[in-house]
Design a protein around this ligand. Structure first.
Ligand code: AMP
Ligand code: ZN
Length: 112
């Protein structure tokens, strides 16, 4: 499968990894939209949030368990935003579910 985030998870292409365990990997976004911007993904290929179900959703809990740990390590004491873009109208451009974590500045709301 030609999935760029599977390739990152398999170390077939380089990334700036900020966290890794057996189920989850987190790495810096190539085009950061804030002083701190990293992505957290399951190592298993799941296309989007729209494909979550009872069989594959446990890893999402793991992702939300590790986000505060990484955020703390990267100095996001003042808060941060977690974003999941789902599908075309949601602005998803990479078809492997990922959670953006952005911080280090005041973020506008609502998004465009
Ligand atoms: P989305 O638009 O929500 O699908 O987000 C995809 C994100 O992946 C964008 O913020 C890109 O900058 C980021 N991205 C794409 N390729 C890479 C890569 N090789 N390493 C790190 N981030 C990437
Ligand atoms: Zn993938």
């Amino acid at each position: 499968m030609d999935c760029i985030f599977c390739k990152i998870a398999n170390k077939e292409i380089p990334s700036q990894i900020v966290y890794e365990d057996d189920k989850v990997i987190a790495f810096k976004d190539l085009d950061p939209q804030a002083p701190v911007h990293f992505l957290v993904i399951p190592k298993e290929h799941i296309k989007s949030a729209d494909e979550l179900n009872a069989e594959n959703c446990a890893v999402i809990g793991r992702i939300f368990e590790v986000i505060p740990q990484i955020a703390k390590e990267l100095g996001l004491e003042n808060g941060y935003r977690i974003v999941n873009n789902c599908g075309e109208d949601g602005g998803q451009t990479v078809g492997h579910i990922h959670f953006h974590v952005l911080g280090g500045r005041l973020l506008a709301w609502p998004p465009g």
